[in-house]
Ligand binder design. Structure first.
Ligand code: NG1
Length: 535
């Protein structure tokens, strides 16, 4: 087949380093960028096959959320049911990607044929692949390698250039829903979100300039660039000071959502007491808020606090609109115990706990009319079922209902439009949070006081083989090695309000330890003792 000859010819230009073996994990392939050129080319090939199989557009994002490391992720964003996958075919869990990535040059065509045969792929449909990249210096050549792979196998591509990961998800979703979700352009994305934001804050009375002001740490990544573009569509509805905008510092270095969440301190940059601040991560799919008070004490409002704010707002609107829709919050084991307690016992909201990784949260959220999902690290969004969207739409157009119901229905409609339902999105989440605070006339301090986080600590432990740890119950209990869980249980008993668990990271070669307790000293001590039990 002529196309395979082209693949063979082109793949020589993207050689696999001898002996290199990489696995497709939670966040796609991760390695130093110098090892990823052949992977990018081959993921371009795989995306073509997957596009032919699913008869839809596939997105490939070349990104990095850890300094010096690059990712390539394949995903397919459809509207309903949203198919959000970092895996390549429904059931293979990334094994085709791993097989292609590790095939030697002379094995590449037979590996492609194996996938074609196993998946029964019809070669005739046209293939369409959308490609995006972040701001790292390696991204340009790596995304070119993806495009070379797509073209070598006869696929059509659209190169979006510099975009955030959630923006690319949005484009793919727009394309796969024939424009029902919006225009598959960056401009279309800004217009949809900003229009909805402007409509929402129209419900807030007398916002002062102070209330409109937000400091944003762009993690020296793509988010800072894209936020600047978005601001021009907001008609001064938000006044943003961007720091760590990439003009000086390095990506995620002493800044960004992960740094702020894990270190529990402000990033590099000038943060004044009382300023409402947020940090994006390197590819702008996570967000956390924070402020320092007049005593210089740092207060973090992480994914749990964000989920609480959003679900409270939505629940109130659903009640005002008289809509009987089931709302739930999906969390992981890392959710602070206080947040779960508040949601279940004060808010009376259903809470689900899933394994770490947004694909698990996303799928669980799909089971509800309104599913709010957030990892504690700030990665999350809200999903509305088709039935829920239809009901809200109908009500918003119903001329017989009273003003209060109408207002609530219209606000729900704008809320749906400000949210990027395809994946967690720092830009979209930021607009939603800002709109909620404005409508409720709530300061960041008042938001923080909704409940008090239990002091907590996260540690990383290096072990010779992290895979010896196996977990159950949404990763909250270790089933192996023998005796580990019993040791953790014993340690937890010695502290008040304590909880602790360990799990192997899906993205780094470490075991993660989490502990919470009634005081910071206790949480730190428990985390330390549990990490000793892991060795
Ligand atoms: P791992 O390395 O499996 O803990 C981390 C984050 C996840 C998720 C993934 C993907 C924590 C504790 N874990 O996973 O929430 O964001 O990276 O990037 O923050």
């Amino acid at each position: 087949m002529a196309q395979f000859e082209e693949v063979s010819k082109q793949s020589i230009l993207h050689p696999k380093p001898a002996g290199l073996v990489l696995h497709y994990g939670t966040a796609g392939f991760r390695s130093n960028s110098i090892h990823l050129d052949h992977i990018m080319f081959r993921m371009g090939l795989l995306a073509v096959l997957r596009s032919k199989k699913t008869k839809s557009t596939i997105g490939i994002m070349v990104t990095a959320d850890v300094l010096r490391y690059s990712n390539v992720c394949l995903f397919l964003s459809q509207m309903k049911p949203i198919s959000f996958m970092f895996i390549c075919f429904q059931e293979d869990n990334g094994s085709y990607a791993t097989m292609l990535a590790n095939a030697e040059q002379e094995e590449l065509i037979s590996a492609l044929n194996e996938i074609i045969e196993k998946e029964g792929i019809d070669k005739s449909p046209e293939a369409s692949v959308f490609v995006g990249k972040d701001t790292r210096s390696s991204s340009a050549s790596l995304s070119q390698a993806v495009l070379d792979g797509v073209h070598a196998l006869g696929g059509h591509s659209k190169d979006y250039g510099l975009v955030t990961t959630p923006q690319l998800h949005y484009m793919v979703c727009c394309k796969n829903t024939q424009g029902k979700y919006g225009d598959a352009t960056v401009e279309g994305y800004y217009k949809k979100l900003c229009q909805a934001f402007t409509q929402l804050v129209g419900n807030a009375s007398n916002r002062t300039d102070d209330q409109k002001h937000l400091c944003v740490d762009g993690a020296n990544g793509i988010g800072a660039l894209k936020l600047r573009e978005m601001i021009s569509h907001l008609n001064k509805g938000l006044q943003v000071t961007i720091f760590n905008d990439g003009s000086k510092g390095k990506l995620n270095h002493q800044c960004g959502a992960d740094f702020v969440k894990v270190q529990q301190k402000t990033p590099t940059g000038e943060v004044n007491p009382g300023d409402r601040c947020c940090s994006f991560d390197g590819d702008a799919d996570r967000i956390v808020y924070y402020f320092t008070d007049s005593q210089q004490v740092f207060h973090l409002l992480d994914g749990d606090k964000i989920a609480t704010l959003i679900s409270t707002f939505l629940k109130e609107l659903l009640i005002q609109a008289g809509l009987n829709l089931k709302i739930a919050v999906v969390q992981t084991a890392y959710a602070n115990g206080s947040s779960t307690d508040y949601l279940e016992n004060t808010m009376n909201v259903t809470v689900r706990c899933t394994k770490t990784g947004v694909k698990h949260l996303h799928h669980a959220a799909l089971e509800f009319d309104v599913g709010v999902y957030f990892e504690a690290n700030g990665h999350g969004t809200v999903l509305f079922s088709k039935a829920a969207e239809d009901k809200i739409q109908q009500l918003a157009q119903d001329s017989r209902i009273d003003d209060e119901r109408k207002r609530a229905a219209l606000m729900l409609q704008s809320t749906i439009n400000v949210i990027n339902q395809t994946v967690g999105d720092a830009l979209s989440d930021m607009l939603l949070i800002e709109a909620i605070l404005a409508i409720k006339g709530m300061t960041v301090e008042q938001w923080d006081r909704i409940y008090t986080d239990l002091p907590n600590r996260q540690l990383k432990v290096k072990v010779s083989d992290r895979r010896v740890i196996d977990t159950t119950d949404a990763e909250r209990r270790a089933v192996s090695p023998a005796g580990l869980q019993e040791a953790i249980d014993q340690l937890v008993k010695t502290y008040r309000k304590a909880r602790s668990f360990v799990r192997p990271s899906g993205t780094e070669d470490v075991v993660r330890v989490y502990a919470e307790a009634d005081t910071q000293e206790s949480a730190d001590a428990l985390a330390h003792e549990v990490s000793l039990a892991v060795y």
